[in-house]
Design a protein around this ligand. Structure first.
Ligand SMILES: C[S@@+](CC[C@H](N)C(=O)[O-])C[C@H]1O[C@@H](n2cnc3c(N)ncnc32)[C@H](O)[C@@H]1O
Length: 462
């Protein structure tokens, strides 16, 4: 397998002696693969995580080569906010005036220069070759000039040189997040009253830029932690069912292939566990997962329900996602009553039907940015504004659907206050039959998981 650091060296061998001139070297498959993904993300709105496996197959890349491309693409897309400012400073024109195809390649080159251990000559020459073969000779010269200037300083020095002084602007540039996202995350973090707000904000944003390890769940009664440890995992010690995988393809693990275990962030596991662990007096037979697709939490809930003598009904508005719930729960059918496709705000059941209900609400996903490299650049504040009424309605429906004394857990994979606390407060303000028992905000830099929020609410009997 080629050493990624030596990528881009010219092939050795005779170069002269009366032979016709050699054709220009073609771009190498790893860079072409990365460039294809960058183009599809920009032009077609593709998702890096979904597209990467297809592109790796197309270029027949595996092992270390596949790892190189994955880091190159994901890291570049995450950090492009920082890189664009550096590119703008090194070019003879602002970054917005650079042709998009060339900018994609420049971003890839800058990531190799400033964040990967690719030697400068290899990072520059392979990017120049990529631009020459995909765009043309003129832009290749421009690329060469810009990357040479970028290579003159390490990342920290570029940040020191170009960063604005205001705290949030600095954080947005240094950690490559849109300013409005920094503002929203900082507001949510401040609500937890951190001792050193600036250090915490830095740690949170830095965590968003680190690729998370694969987390597995051993679904209780179906697989054990020991089984996953034997397959190469390591218990996190924080959740009774969580095992971290250092590397490799989780689908090759028998328990995962059979659906007895699954890939699931520890924060999501803790949400499902919070619903199952809440004390409930009297009947405890029927649980509801109101927004269940694609079914990660349903599968854990169904395994827990089976152990507690209950069953879960899974509801999901989108049919194709409801099908994913059916597939994902194939090993946990003992705890599953059925999967319904339906709008959770127009329930297909009578009020008070359930003993426990999970509302894992559709949300901005700003708590899971480390998993989705392009997400931070696609989300808008308007999307959050549009989701809030639906989030409130879904929580309202859940509270109507739970029996007196039963519990509802409202959860989001976002820490943004408008989607979390403010939704719960607004619904509580409208009703006098609900008690808030617990709220939790998890953070990647503190808890090693996505920034999940959950609130445990009880329908009061008095
Ligand atoms: C955050 S995801 C749920 C993730 C899921 N609980 C899991 O762990 O795999 C939110 C889901 O709510 C669904 N949804 C959106 N609006 C809905 C509605 N009105 N009723 C029911 N489900 C809805 C979305 O299609 C999406 O699948």
């Amino acid at each position: 397998m080629a050493d990624p650091r030596s990528r881009g060296r010219r092939p050795s061998g005779p170069t002269s002696g009366g032979h016709p001139p050699k054709p220009r070297p073609a771009a190498d498959p790893a860079r072409l693969a990365a460039y294809d993904v960058m183009t599809a993300v920009r032009v077609d709105g593709a998702y890096t995580n979904l597209l990467l496996p297809q592109v790796l197959r197309k270029y027949d890349l595996s092992g270390r080569d596949a790892g190189f491309v994955t880091e190159l693409v994901s890291g570049t897309i995450r950090r492009q906010g920082t890189y664009d400012v550096i590119i703008g400073a090194c070019a003879d024109r602002p970054q917005m005036k650079i042709e998009a195809k060339v900018l994609d390649a420049l971003r890839l080159g800058v990531h190799q220069l400033l964040a990967m251990r690719v030697p400068p000559h290899a990072a520059i020459s392979t990017t120049v070759t990529l631009v020459r073969s995909t765009v043309g000779q003129g832009p290749a010269g421009f690329t060469n000039a810009v990357l040479r200037r970028v290579s003159e300083k390490p990342l920290e020095e570029w940040i020191r040189l170009l960063a604005p002084t205001k705290v949030h602007e600095f954080a947005a540039f240094a950690h490559s997040h849109p300013l409005w996202v920094v503002d929203a995350l900082a507001e949510a973090l401040a609500a937890t009253k951190p001792v050193d707000m600036r250090a915490e904000l830095d740690a949170l944003l830095a965590a968003d830029n680190a690729a998370p390890k694969v987390m597995l769940v051993a679904r209780p009664g179906l697989a054990s932690i020991d089984e996953l440890v034997t397959a190469g995992g390591e218990p996190t010690g924080r959740s009774p069912y969580a095992v971290e995988l250092a590397g490799g393809d989780p689908s090759g693990i028998t328990a995962v292939a059979e659906g007895r275990a699954g890939v699931q962030d520890e924060g999501s596991q803790r949400v499902a566990l919070a619903l199952a662990a809440a004390a409930v007096e009297g009947r405890d037979e029927r649980w509801l997962d109101l927004c269940s697709g694609p079914g990660g939490k349903t599968a854990l809930l169904a395994a827990l329900a089976a152990e507690q003598g209950a069953v879960v009904v899974a509801n999901e508005r989108q049919h194709h996602r409801a099908r994913l719930v059916v597939e994902g729960t194939r090993a946990a059918t003992a705890g599953l009553a059925g999967v319904i496709t339906g709008d959770g705000t127009r329930p297909a059941w009578a009020p008070g039907s359930f003993d426990r209900i999970l509302v894992d609400a559709p949300c901005s996903g700003l708590g899971a940015l480390r998993r989705r490299p392009e997400a931070r650049w696609r989300k808008t504040p308007a999307e959050i504004d549009a989701l809030v009424p639906l989030q409130r309605q879904l929580l309202g429906t859940a509270l109507d659907s739970v029996r007196l004394g039963g519990v509802v857990v409202y959860a989001t994979c976002s820490p943004v206050l408008a989607e979390t606390r403010h939704v719960v407060e607004a619904v509580l303000a409208e009703r006098d039959d609900v008690v808030l028992e617990q709220t939790e905000q998890l953070w990647p830099h503190r808890d090693g998981c996505d920034a999940m929020y959950f609130a445990v609410l009880r329908r009061s009997t008095s």
